[in-house]
Every structure is written in structure tokens, then in C-alpha cells.
Design a binder for this molecule. Sequence first.
Ligand code: HEC
Length: 197
Amino acid sequence: MIKPLTVLAVLVGATGLLRAQLPGAPTIDFNKHIKPIFSKHCYECHSESRKKEKAGYVFDNLNRLAGSIGENEIIVPKNTSASDLLEIVTMLDGKRAMPPDGKDKLSEKEVMALRTWIEEGANLPGIDIAAKMASEKRARPKQVMNWTNAQGKKLRATFEGMEGENVLLKSEEGTVYKVPMTSLSQGSQIQAQMQAK
Ligand code: HEC
């Protein structure tokens, strides 16, 4: 006969395993894994409560930390190569290396935790980073770009979105063109795909 306790142990073990393997479930928890790293290595010089705000960065006020997360910020969610933070904490020396010369560098494990946290979306407790980035994207003024069709005809226009397989382009005069994706040059097709992301 199987003992009830054994069944329980197997069940607990199995759900733990399931949770760990659930695709998309974050493995890094900010308070548990990331905050201690900032606290140990960064608060000394970047903390609002300690009134140390070198270069204007603080890592203990989550609302202000959220301001350092986004496109063109030091932390770019899901884009580790664009995230300056990872670069400066892995530099061995130089003016930008953080923590600065003489201070203990982050361990490989700590760097890996930061990397995974960024890959998983740089989430902060109570702050919806994806929603913040989406609203920033909507608020960003659209950029006039050069577009070329397959015949080499050029148009300067802003990308207004996709409508099925058509690209909506607004010329500088304000006319909106509905251009089939396949009629654009290859470079412009890639540009449209990037914009549509
Ligand atoms: C001993 C003090 C000290 C510690 C500890 C420290 N910093 Fe800094 N940090 C500075 C100073 C000073 C500057 C301004 C450097 C400059 O502008 O030349 C700076 C600047 C920065 C910048 C802006 C640099 C840039 O090039 O954009 C970032 C981001 C940063 N620190 C992140 C961190 C992180 C993350 C940690 C912890 C892993 C950390 N710092 C630990 C002193 C510190």
C-alpha cells in the first residue's frame, strides 16, 4: 500500500516542477532576487532614503526606478543588449563601471539574476512596466521616415499603423496612403515590420 504521506510528497514535488516549467512564468521576483543586489552594491550612492543620488539615479524608490526602465533607458525590458545597466555592472574598470573602482563587483550569479529579470520584462512589484511602456509609445511623437516602393519611388511619411497587409503612411502634407506591404522595397518592408512591433 502507498502511504498517504508519500502521495502528498509526490504531489507537492510535481506541482513545484510544473510551476518551474510553466512557459512565460517569471522565475525572478524583484523583492526576493533583485532588491538585495541593489541594496548591497548600489544604495550606498544611489538611494533616495540615504539622500545619495549620484548621476540622478536611485534604486530604492520603485516609482523612480520605473523611470529608468523603458526604451532608451538604462534598463530596456526584454532587451538585454540595449540595457546599459548590464553593461556597466559587467565592466571591469573605467569611468562608467558600477560599482566604481575599489568596490566589490557583482558576482556572476548576481549579474545573471539581473539579466534574467530584464529578459522577463524588468517587472517591479505593483508597477505594470509593459503598460507604462505602451502608453509612452503612444505618447511619443511619430517620426518622419523615408519610404521607398519596389519601383524606387520615395515618400517621406510617418508610420500610422497596419491595416491587414497594408501599411498606413502619412505624408508630410497630411495625406494618408494605404500601401500594400508587398509593393514596398525590401528595406521599407523591414522598416514597417519594425514600426509595427
Ligand atoms: C561608491 C558610490 C557608487 C556606487 C556604490 C554605485 N555607483 Fe553608480 N554612480 C556613482 C557616481 C559617482 C556616478 C556618476 C559618474 C559620472 O557621472 O561620471 C554614478 C553613475 C551611475 C549611473 C549613470 C552612469 C551612466 O554612464 O549613465 C548608473 C546607471 C549607475 N551609476 C548605476 C549604478 C548601479 C547599478 C550600481 C550598483 C550595482 C551603482 N551605480 C553603484 C557612484 C556609485
